[in-house]
Design a protein. Structure first.
Length: 135
């Protein structure tokens, strides 16, 4: 690996960890208010954005050339760096929808999906990143 690219993905991963911890903390709120739901969604958007960008930087360090989030996810999945590629694509689609649309029913559904599907996916990613840094 190129040392600069190696450092870049690790720095991005550190930023992901910070955003992930904020998301983790907000998910402990029972029966969140509208403002708290908006915060959960925002922390999810930031954590997910940093996750795919970390993947992109990691893949670049590994010699791949990827430009978009979808391409980074597909390449990482095809090469065995992440699991559950379909859930990653769903998470990306949800992130894109939440960034451009707001409606209360969608927000409630998204928060539920964040808690039950996307947070565990990001938790797995956190574990993957920690393991890769040790290697």
């Amino acid at each position: 690996m190129n040392n600069n690219n190696d450092i870049r993905w690790q720095q991005r991963f550190q930023n992901f960890n910070k955003a992930f911890k904020y998301l983790q903390d907000t998910l402990t709120i029972k029966d969140p208010s509208d403002a708290e739901r908006a915060g959960i969604i925002q922390f999810y958007e930031v954590a997910f954005e940093l996750a795919w960008k970390t993947l992109k930087d990691f893949l670049t360090a590994e010699g791949f050339s990827v430009k978009s989030p979808r391409e980074a996810i597909k390449t990482a999945f095809q090469n065995g760096y992440i699991n559950k590629g379909d859930l990653w694509i769903n998470a990306l689609d949800s992130r894109n929808l939440s960034a451009h649309t707001y409606d209360e029913a969608m927000a409630r559904e998204l928060v539920q999906n964040i808690k039950t599907i996307y947070f565990p996916l990001l938790k797995d990613f956190e574990e993957w990143g920690k393991q890769k840094i040790k290697e």
